[in-house]
Ligand binder design. Structure first.
Ligand SMILES: Cc1cc2nc3c(=O)[nH]c(=O)nc-3n(C[C@H](O)[C@H](O)[C@H](O)COP(=O)(O)OP(=O)(O)OC[C@H]3O[C@@H](n4cnc5c(N)ncnc54)[C@H](O)[C@@H]3O)c2cc1C
Length: 304
């Protein structure tokens, strides 16, 4: 049976970033990453807006705020060092109603306290200088916000991990985490198809399956993931003058919802997306309008 020092579960950006960091920091360790799909980045990492956030929205002093500021810097450094494409196209958060101005001011204060670089408040004329097709009363402008193909970045992290000596096994759905009885390799990991691996340590980065993995590892039933799907529209003629979007354009977030709001996002392939909305999903990893999974639906209905 295969024996490793550390097994990482999940081949999204989190899993491969953890694996790469571990392997580069502790080169003597035998690290193995398992992914249940036949490719990396098949779920959230390959289905997001592709925005490199600058740290505007997060509470000052929180891990999220600090990691976001540091993460932006490191993503650009990594992309530069490895010749991966990105665009520092900037971002506007636009107030279109007077009652949004107070919240925009609060975001500005928070972003400044968080250390977001070169953040500025713009008036309506300055908004049009940056985005000729955008109208608003005032807007926050973050020039260092960017876009990247996170799927590409994830696969590159995976390649680097392997070059450093790590191994990736696809089509391995980790299902059971058992006590092996072996003091040196105390964890026995079994896949859905009954393959087995022994490990000293396990790190789970299971994205939308994170709660199920926590339970399988003997952790708490709570919190539980409630899956929401985000749908995007793709602009038909993004190069037409009246539709041109230069950077990311976001609304002032509505405090009633835990989402950033429907936004325009230019993509690395030149297209422009508008979205996402948030629809209660009947399948955790379902991206189609009618995707349905009976187990996920029952779990959600019973809140388990
Ligand atoms: C609509 C939307 C838009 C977003 N936009 C942005 C954005 O613009 N910018 C940004 O920074 N973030 C954005 N995010 C958030 C970002 O996409 C996620 O935070 C990030 O991708 C999470 O990565 P992950 O590795 O944790 O999860 P995932 O990418 O979902 O990866 C988890 C992996 O674990 C695997 N896995 C699960 N269970 C098992 C198992 N038992 N055995 C083996 N493998 C398993 C899955 O198959 C999957 O590949 C967005 C998210 C959504 C939903």
């Amino acid at each position: 049976m295969q024996k490793v020092d550390c097994l990482i579960v999940g081949g999204g950006i989190l899993g491969v970033a953890v694996a790469r960091h571990l392997q580069s920091t502790f080169s003597h360790l035998k690290c193995l990453l398992v992914e249940k799909e036949n490719i990396l980045a098949k779920h959230q990492t390959g289905h997001n807006s592709g925005v490199i956030h600058a740290g505007i929205y997060y509470k000052t002093g929180s891990l999220k705020a600090n990691l976001c500021i540091e993460g932006l810097k490191r993503i650009y450094e990594y992309c530069d060092a490895n010749h991966l494409p990105y665009k520092k196209c900037g971002k506007l958060i636009v107030a279109v109603e007077r009652d949004q101005l107070g919240r925009l001011d609060n975001l500005y204060r928070q972003a400044t306290e968080n250390g977001v670089q070169d953040i500025k408040m713009l008036d309506s004329k300055q908004i049009r200088e940056i985005e000729p097709n955008c109208r608003g009363i005032r807007a926050l402008h973050s020039p260092h916000t960017g876009i990247v193909d996170y799927g590409l970045l994830c696969r590159h992290f995976g390649k680097t991990f392997e070059q450093l000596g790590g191994r990736i096994v696809l089509n391995f759905e980790a299902e059971k985490f058992l006590s092996s009885g072996d003091a040196s390799y105390p964890i026995l990991i079994k896949s859905k198809t009954n393959s087995a691996i022994l490990s000293r340590y396990v790190i789970t980065c299971g994205g939308l399956q994170a709660d199920k993995l926590a339970i399988a590892c003997g952790g708490s039933k709570h919190p539980t993931i409630v899956p929401f799907r985000g749908d995007y529209l793709k602009l038909k003629n993004p190069n037409k003058d009246t539709l041109k979007v230069n950077g990311n354009i976001y609304p002032v977030p509505d405090p009633r919802f835990p989402f950033l709001g429907v936004h325009f996002t230019p993509r690395m392939d030149g297209s422009v997306w508008l979205g996402p909305n948030a629809v209660l999903s009947m399948k955790r990893e379902g991206y189609g309008l009618f995707d349905f999974n009976i187990r996920d639906t029952i779990d959600h209905a019973l809140n388990r």
